[in-house]
Design a binder for this molecule. Sequence first.
Ligand SMILES: [Zn+2]
Length: 416
Amino acid sequence: MELPKYSVGIGDRFAHQGTAQLDAMLAAREQGVEIAPVWNKSHREHTIVGSTPADVRREADAAVASRGWTGPYFVDADHISLASVDSFLDASDFFTLDVADWIGRPAPEDDLAQFTGRHRSLVGRLEIPGVDEPVNVSEHTVLQAGRKYLLAVREAGRIFRHVAKAKGEGNFVTEVSMDETDRAQTPVDLLFILAAIADEGIPVQTIAPRFSGRFNKGIDYVGDSEQFAREFEQDLAVIRFAVERFGLPQNLKLSVHSGSDKFTLYPLMHRALKRADAGVHLKTAGTTWLEELIGLAMAGGEGLQIAKEVYRAAVGRYEELCGPYASVVDIDRSALPSPEAVDRWDEETLAAALRHDPKCARYDRNLRQLLHVAYKVAAEMGGRFTAALDRYAGIIGENVTENLYARHISPLFLEK
Ligand SMILES: [Zn+2]
C-alpha cells in the first residue's frame, strides 16, 4: 500500500465534514493536482470526543462513495503507541507511530556500539546532493545521534511489528513521528534517525521530525521562516540520500504536523518541493472544527448561540482545555474578549474574529486558539451540537471546503 506523492491529513473531530473535505481534493484535481485525503484522528481526540476509529472509517468510506472518489485514500491512526494501537487495527490503514517520548532515553552500550559500527562509513566529510556544504560527521556525531534516537526507533519497530502481525506487512502505510518534543531535529539528526529506521526494518513512508520554530495549533508559524526553509530543503535532500543509501521506500517523504494555517511557510515549502521534485504529507486536524464554528456563527440563530456558548464555557474551563495542548498553544489570556462582550457580537463579528485572515483587523488569534482546543465542550453538547451541524450543513460545508482548498491546498500545491 503506497502513499502518493501529495497527501493531506484532514482530521474531523465530529465526523461530519468528510464530503466537504473531499470536495477540496476534487477542486485540486480539477486544477490537475492529485492529492490523497488521509482522515486522521488521534487516541487523544477519540477520548475527548467519545468517538471510535470505526467512526472515522465509516465517514471516509461514505464521503468517498458519495463523491465517487476514485483515487487512493487512507484512515490514519494518528500518534499511536503500543498502549493505544489495538483499537485502531481494524479501521486504519495508516499508522503514525509516535515515539517522541522515547527520545533521549539511553540505549544499552552494546547496541550503541553496534549502531556506530554499522554506520562508520558515514564518518568524514559527507557530500549530500542538494546540501550546499559537505557535512562533517565524526564518530561522536554518530554516537550522539544513537544516544538520542536509537531507543525511540526501536520502539517504533516494536509498534510496527505489532501492526504488521495483525494486518500483514504491505497492507498499511507507516509514518514515524518525533514532532511532539521540545528540541528540533537537525538534518543530520534526520539522517541517523533514518539510518536507525532502516536497521530496524521499518518500511517508513513518511517521517515527521520536529522542525525549528513554533507550530502552534490553528495559527501561523512563529519563528525564523528563512531558517525553516533552509532546514526543510536540507531535510528533503537527506531523505533522498537516505532512500538510496539505506534502501528505504522510494516514496518516503516528510510529514508536517500541526500543518494547518502555516501560511508563511506554504510558499517556501512549495518552492522547495518543486526544486527537489519531492512530495509531502501535510497533517491538519482542528482547522475543520473551527470552520464548523465559523459556519454556525454565520448561520445566526441557534448556530450563533451555540458558538457563543462554546466560547463562554471555554473561557471558564481554560486550564482543563488547554492542558493537553500546553506545548502547542500560545494564548495571551488577558487579551481574550469576555464572554459578555462576545454575547453581544453579531454573526459577522464572531465569524471574522475566528476566521484565519491575518489581514482582517477583527481576526483574534487568542480567541481562535482557545476555541481550537475547546471541541470537548461541543462534544459534551452531544445531539444538540451535531443536530446544528446537520441543520447548517450547507454554510458549514462551504467554509470547510474553502478553508482547505483556498488557504491550504492552493498555496502549497498549485502552480501560480
Ligand atoms: Zn502530530
